[in-house]
Design a protein around this ligand. Structure first.
Ligand code: THU
Length: 137
């Protein structure tokens, strides 16, 4: 799928954001290797710490539907300004992808799209394979 199309889906998803406290709606569109797209929006809470970002909403929806491998995510913030994923979301994405291959699409604030590998946004990351040695058969 083209990155422009994925970004448009992220923008649409942001319209469903529940963001009464920050007034900062965010949408995400996560493309699985099977070709399906999972949408997410931020879901805030009166107890602020319970807020879930758009990216994690999309990841958790996809995993709960049985997806395990992903290609890319598009993230759309307010007014087409760049909305970079927070540190927690970077780590959650890291769990389910190959950082050198997974693509993150961000609005560049001028009508275009920036493309980054997750590895660039989360260098020297800690992932599941580092725990594998500790797993028991
Ligand atoms: N937020 C996201 O959903 N994704 C991001 O990439 C950055 C921040 C949300 C969390 C909160 O609801 C609001 O934006 C302000 O932080």
């Amino acid at each position: 799928m083209e990155k422009e199309k994925l970004m448009e889906l992220a923008r649409q998803a942001g319209k469903r954001a529940y963001a009464p406290y920050s007034h900062f709606p965010v949408g995400a569109a996560l493309l699985s290797k099977s070709g399906r797209v999972y949408l997410g929006c931020n879901v805030e809470n009166a107890s602020y710490g319970a807020t879930n970002c758009a990216e994690r909403t999309a990841v958790y929806k996809a995993i709960s539907e049985g997806e395990t491998a992903f290609e890319a995510i598009a993230i759309a913030g307010q007014n087409a300004k760049t909305c970079a994923p927070c540190g927690i979301c970077r780590q959650v994405l890291r769990e389910f992808c190959v950082p050198a291959e997974f693509l993150v699409y961000l609005e560049d604030g001028r009508g275009g799209i920036w493309t980054r590998h997750l590895e660039e946004l989360l260098p020297l990351s800690f992932g599941p394979e580092q725990l594998r040695d500790t797993w028991e058969d």
